[in-house]
Write a protein that binds this ligand. Structure first.
Ligand SMILES: CCCCCCCCCCCCC[C@H](O)CC(=O)SCCNC(=O)CCNC(=O)[C@H](O)C(C)(C)COP(=O)(O)OP(=O)(O)OC[C@H]1O[C@@H](n2cnc3c(N)ncnc32)[C@H](O)[C@@H]1OP(=O)(O)O
Ligand SMILES: NC(=O)c1ccc[n+]([C@@H]2O[C@H](COP(=O)([O-])OP(=O)(O)OC[C@H]3O[C@@H](n4cnc5c(N)ncnc54)[C@H](O)[C@@H]3O)[C@@H](O)[C@H]2O)c1
Length: 717
């Protein structure tokens, strides 16, 4: 066989120029050699290809990258070319395979065109070949979502000709031998017509509406539909021209840069570092063979679900039988839904087995777990009581985690005999859905504890981000000034629906007032009462709109006093169809209430434009981000951005708040903050942070250099 076929070996991750050259040379050599009867293309180290090097797209020297001519060269070969797909065939890698006349895949291989997720579209004729091979609906689904499909599904779709359990390369060579001499014309995808649909026009129109709705301002999915539409309307060569045009538009849109930054930021945060030199490279995680969750309320039930999905046995504990039964029902419902979603897949959920999931009110059952996640009410005294109990009951090596949203990890740890094993694991609601896990180390937290929490995040398929300990940590701390500005804007004349609209148009999944109604206004109210900002502990004579000499808005407290807790009570910043309803409608009662409030406090209502709403909310959040970086609470701006994208619905195509600030331009952010701060001198959140000022003073270096301008040595990525 070595005489009749030639292996042109690609790389798992294309070192693009080198790979393309090798492929071209190999193909030309094979074509010219009469002793070669067929060609097989495979990857190295069990991986076909992850596509083009993403870093190359933002490199000034990107022009040389031309994959299309190579794909055409493959397809036009007079000798059969077979792709042997192992591991992954993604992006440009799959486009190479689509140029081949046959495709053989290993059963464990995955295939996809994920370009849309990095703000692009398949740019090497993939949008034109794939619909010809598997039809428009399936191709459009793959191209607009970027999802990876398993080999079994690829076989069903007709994307591959054969799947094998064992040696893919041998199978591909066998196939190559079998097809030598057979006509190649029917195997050249560029010559095939796109399979017709009776309602193609309506189908494409609906697809466009759907992606526009889901994409919320992200351009790539929309342009993917346009490229596939071109495949249905134009001859192949013209479709390719259209694909190239659309690719160029995306490449220069700025969104591609933001999404590619987010891709690398998510990977960079895995390389965590903490003060004292502990880091991902030196610390090893402990195994977590069994876990426990304390408190089965909103968060605990999602956390249990997440652990069960990750195949980690769980003990779920509540304070009494009534709460336990309520919690058990809620967990079972979530798990049943998850099991339904997974039906037909390779994995099943074993949650009826008490060895995998046990419900109890008995703390003694936690004696053998490797890790506990506490998710009880946000109350320091209660948390300390629980941690004290845990340090007596749990085995010496067990890690004690708290899901607190803001409280001091060191104070919680002080209630235990093992502060080095206490760590914050801050899940986001709903905990079985949201990808973020904010991991907070305290003064005594050991590197092993951090490594174990990071390993847990990975097992739960979440993005773990390691940060330092301060009130609200990173995410919530940045959220406070954002929400505060939103409320101040209402005092000054705006309405919840106007503020939400601006931020949702910016790309947030949900604006601050809808978010607050969803989370429950009572949560913040309880916390403010605990801080003495409102309620019975507020000192008599405190001005209604001032606390500690700073501006304060009592509006959220007043709503809570009226029993308006948001969705759960059917009324909050909006009104809902019923208690627990989800459809927010602007509420005339609230509008009247706001007018009366302004009258009471002598506030002159004014029209507030979209620009001011956007800038005051976002720039105050970003300003807090600079404070967090300057204090060394996070190792770099990437951490803040990954937190915001994965935990707070920040639009990924805008790259996260700190990336966004860099695209707006730091001088502009600074100038605007200065302007708003002058207008509102009693609002510290608008006062430009010294680190931001410093960066502007040194001419706004690129984001990746920001941390080097801090005088103290904060942990580096
Ligand atoms: C102006 C007119 C212009 C007209 C121009 C027209 C012509 C242009 C021609 C362009 C041709 C386009 C070709 C093609 O359509 C485009 C592409 O192929 S884009 C790339 C598509 N591929 C992807 O998006 C894959 C991304 N990667 C992944 O999904 C995962 O990494 C993985 C491959 C599934 C592996 O996952 P894991 O095992 O979990 O590993 P990691 O994710 O941690 O990755 C390990 C390591 O590798 C780095 N990496 C992975 N993939 C890439 C990549 N494609 N490029 C660069 N680097 C990659 C990753 O960052 C990790 O490294 P670390 O960051 O940790 O250092
Ligand atoms: N709700 C959110 O969106 C959210 C998001 C992130 C973090 N958090 C944090 O997660 C924690 C839990 O919040 P939640 O919203 O799930 O609260 P919740 O009120 O919905 O649930 C708390 C649960 O803890 C149980 N509990 C109380 N005392 C207990 C005890 N002694 N032993 C066992 N169980 C006990 C209660 O019975 C209740 O079921 C808080 O610290 C909160 O700040 C909440």
């Amino acid at each position: 066989l070595s005489k009749s076929s030639q292996i042109v070996s690609g790389l798992a991750l294309i070192t693009f120029k080198l790979f393309l050259q090798a492929l071209e040379d190999g193909l030309k050599k094979a074509d010219a050699d009469p002793s070669v009867k067929a060609v097989m293309i495979c990857g190295e180290n069990g991986k076909f290809s992850a596509g083009a090097d993403i870093r190359g797209f933002s490199s000034p020297k990107r022009h040389g990258v031309a994959l299309s001519p190579i794909v055409s060269l493959i397809e036009s070969s007079e000798k059969p070319v077979v792709a042997a797909i192992e591991g992954v065939a993604l992006g440009g890698g799959l486009e190479v395979a689509l140029g081949c006349h046959y495709r053989v895949a290993h059963a464990k291989a995955r295939m996809g065109l994920p370009e849309v997720t990095i703000g692009l579209l398949p740019g090497a004729e993939g949008t034109q070949r794939l619909p010809r091979l598997i039809g428009v609906p399936a191709a459009l689904d793959m191209i607009t979502t970027g999802k990876h499909i398993p080999a079994t599904e690829a076989l069903k779709l007709g994307l591959v000709d054969e799947i094998v359990e064992e040696n893919t390369i041998e199978a591909a060579i066998r196939l190559a031998n079998k097809v030598i001499g057979q006509p190649l014309e029917p195997r050249r995808l560029s010559l095939k017509p796109v399979p017709k649909l009776p309602n193609m026009e309506a189908f494409l129109r609906e697809a466009l509406v759907k992606v526009k709705r889901q994409a919320r301002g992200c351009l790539a999915p929309e342009l993917c539909v346009q490229a596939v539409r071109a495949a249905t309307e134009r001859p192949f060569a013209e479709g390719v021209r259209r694909e190239r045009e659309l690719f160029g538009l995306l490449l220069s849109s700025g969104q591609a840069q933001a999404l590619q930054y987010a891709f690398f930021a998510e990977r960079a945060v895995r390389r965590w570092a903490a003060p004292g030199g502990a880091s991902w490279s030196s610390a090893a995680p402990q195994p977590v063979r069994k876990a426990a969750v304390i408190g089965l309320g909103t968060m605990g039930r999602g956390i249990v679900t997440s652990l069960v999905k990750a195949n980690i046995p769980v003990v779920a504990l509540e304070q009494d039988l009534e709460y336990l039964n309520k919690g058990r029902k809620a967990v079972m419902l979530l798990l049943e839904r998850e099991a339904m979603k997974m039906e037909g897949g390779a994995q099943t959920l074993d949650f009826h087995n008490p060895a995998r999931l046990q419900f109890t009110v008995d703390f003694d059952l936690l004696c053998d777990v490797d890790l506990v996640i506490e998710a009880v009410f946000e109350n320091m005294a209660l948390k300390k009581e629980i941690f004290h109990k845990l340090s007596k009951i749990c085995k010496p090596g067990a890690l004690l985690c708290t899901n607190t949203s803001a409280l001091n990890i060191d104070e919680i740890a002080s209630a235990t005999n093992r502060p080095q094993q206490v760590i914050g694991t801050h899940f986001f609601s709903p905990a079985h859905v949201m990808r973020l896990l904010e991991i907070i180390y305290g003064r005594h937290t050991s590197p092993t504890a951090i490594a174990t929490a990071m390993q847990l995040a990975k097992a739960l398929k979440k993005v773990g981000v390691v940060v330092g300990n301060c009130f609200g940590f990173v995410g919530n701390r940045m959220m406070f000034p954002y929400v505060q500005q939103a409320v101040f804007l209402l005092e000054e004349g705006s309405r919840p629906e106007a503020v939400d609209q601006v931020l949702e148009d910016f790309g947030f999944k949900i604006g601050p007032f809808r978010m607050s109604d969803l989370a429950g206004l009572d949560v913040g109210w309880r916390s403010r009462k605990e801080q003495g900002l409102t309620g019975p502990s507020l000192a008599a004579g405190t001005p209604a709109r001032q606390r500690h000499g700073q501006r304060y808005s009592p509006l959220p407290d007043l709503l809570c006093e009226q029993g308006r807790f948001g969705q759960k009570t059917g009324k909050g910043w909006y009104q809902y169809e019923r208690a627990g309803g989800r459809t927010a409608t602007p509420d005339p009662w609230l509008h009247d209430f706001l007018s009366q409030y302004r009258d009471t406090h002598g506030i002159q209502s004014r029209f507030i434009d979209q620009e001011e709403i956007l800038e005051r909310c976002l720039f105050s959040l970003i300003n807090e981000g600079f404070a967090i970086l300057a204090e060394g609470i996070a190792s770099g701006p990437e951490h803040l951005d990954v937190i915001y994208i994965n935990g707070y619905g920040w639009p990924k195509h805008r790259g996260g708040p700190m990336f966004y600030a860099s695209t707006v331009g730091l001088p502009r952010v600074l100038a605007k903050l200065q302007k708003y701060s002058e207008a509102h001198p009693d609002v510290p959140g608008l006062r430009p942070n010294a680190f931001l000022k410093k960066l502007v003073a040194v001419r706004s270096p690129p984001l990746k250099e920001w941390m080097s301008y801090l005088s103290h040595q904060s942990p580096k990525l």
